[in-house]
Write a protein of this length. Structure first.
Length: 436
């Protein structure tokens, strides 16, 4: 999950970065091609905590050091800080050699010119482009250009449900449509318990959910020329439907308007919330004491029928990519590290640990990824997920519209009316921010 700053800050940083394509990342005290002793790596927070990620990744980095003699200095960066730190690094040159990026940022960061393009030669250095699932590579940069990064973890959204809470409410199966979800949520939402969780102050989560609802309402948020269409009827309807889970249907606790750091998963694990829409929650549930039999995973609901393409889309194509700053002094060592992290063995180990899906074909075929919850994610990626708009200003879109949705959550939590007019007003403001 990601929680970004205000739109103006990101827009300014990105505009500066695009103008400063000669500036790159790379450490000032690491290795070089002639003496590749050290790499710095910014990993994104994938597990239940920063410390958990360090415990997961450190043994693998030691393994890489033993194999290559290259020491990797690890920093796990919270999603709330990652994009702005990357943008700052593109202008200052004081960045890591290798880093994780959200795949939705690929086109925006590609436009800065600071990341190593993964052309055929660079892909060949890590085993070839055809090792990776096509849809994962397609979400790593603008169509028609060499990708700005290499897929590392693939993700999709699922509906996670607490089996005990369902049983106590007499609910026999997870909802397949939004009407069923609201009906189930209302059965559960009483006596301090709630049907559905949300992360109302997490801007990117807001975007992910409203993008999917937008697809179901026939709205893309951008037209074919890349122009913002945030105030279209479909976009307004999508955002209002999402906020109405709290404002109208009363199945989300008002306090969720302030959540931004996985608190909804904690409520789920404690039996306070029965359902959450999430990308890969297994490791967090385990860390909070839940057993695999305590919860289930099902496809995210659709208006009617079954998930598919077009208006039946039920997830954005989610994932984490691995990028290299173009001006690193240790380009050879950086590519060796990317090759290591995307090797079949590491892909199986890391994706199994995080509950994600390997974007590497050979690893994805492993039996470890046939568990019921992972099958839901895998099938969703294959049949009913759509990529967020691959436009250079995608990161500003996440911030501008994500902030508008955050403000609407605050209105709902405070008991202020959430109407089509108020939703459209917030989205119009977001669109104006994009046009500045």
């Amino acid at each position: 999950m990601r929680h970004l700053r205000a739109a103006s800050a990101v827009t300014l940083a990105l505009s500066i970065a695009v103008a400063a394509t000669g500036c790159g990342g790379g450490t000032t005290s690491g290795g070089s091609n002639e003496s590749p002793k050290t790499l710095t790596y910014w990993a994104s927070n994938q597990g239940p905590s920063i410390e958990a990620d360090k415990k997961i990744l450190t043994p693998e980095l030691k393994k890489f050091e033993k194999e290559t003699g290259i020491k990797v200095k690890l920093e796990v960066v919270p999603w709330a800080d990652l994009l702005n730190r990357i943008l700052a690094a593109t202008t200052s040159g004081q960045g890591p050699d290798v880093l994780n990026i959200g795949n939705t940022w690929s086109a925006s960061l590609q436009a800065t010119g600071a990341l190593l393009p993964w052309d055929d030669k660079n892909f060949e250095a890590i085993g070839g482009r055809d090792r990776f699932v096509d849809s994962a590579v397609a979400s790593a940069g603008k169509e028609g250009e060499p990708p700005a990064a290499v897929p590392l973890y693939s993700l999709a959204y699922a509906l996670y449900y607490n089996k005990k809470m369902f049983a106590e409410a007499g609910v026999e199966k997870p909802p397949a449509t939004w009407d069923e979800l609201v009906a189930t949520g209302k059965k559960i939402s009483k006596d301090g318990k709630w049907g559905l969780g949300a992360e109302g102050s997490n801007l990117s989560n807001n975007i992910h959910q409203t993008f999917v609802l937008g697809q179901q309402h026939g709205a893309d948020f951008f037209d074919k020329d890349g122009k913002a269409t945030f105030t279209s009827d479909g976009a307004v309807a999508a955002v209002k439907q999402y906020i109405d889970f709290m404002a109208k249907d009363k199945i989300i606790a008002p306090g969720n308007a302030e959540y931004a750091q996985n608190q909804s998963l904690t409520d789920f694990a404690k039996g306070k919330t029965a359902m959450v829409l999430w990308q890969a929650a297994a490791s967090t549930f385990a860390a909070q004491g839940m057993k695999p039999e305590d919860w289930g995973a099902a496809p995210v609901p659709v208006p009617s029928g079954a998930p598919g393409t077009g208006k039946q889309v039920n997830s954005m194509v989610a994932g984490i990519n691995m990028a290299v700053f173009k001006n690193t002094k240790n380009i050879d060592g950086a590519k060796k590290f990317v090759k290591f992290m995307t090797s079949d063995a590491e892909q199986k180990l890391l994706n199994k640990t995080y509950g994600s899906i390997p974007p590497v074909k050979a690893a994805q075929a492993d039996a470890a990824f046939g568990a019921p919850d992972l099958k839901v994610l895998r099938d969703t990626l294959a049949t009913s997920a759509a990529p967020l708009p691959q436009v250079p200003n995608e990161s500003q879109f996440e911030t501008a519209v994500g902030t508008a949705v955050k403000e609407l959550w605050a209105d709902a939590a405070a008991g202020r009316p959430v109407t089509e007019a108020s939703v459209k007003e917030r989205l119009e403001k977001a669109q104006q921010t994009m046009q500045q």
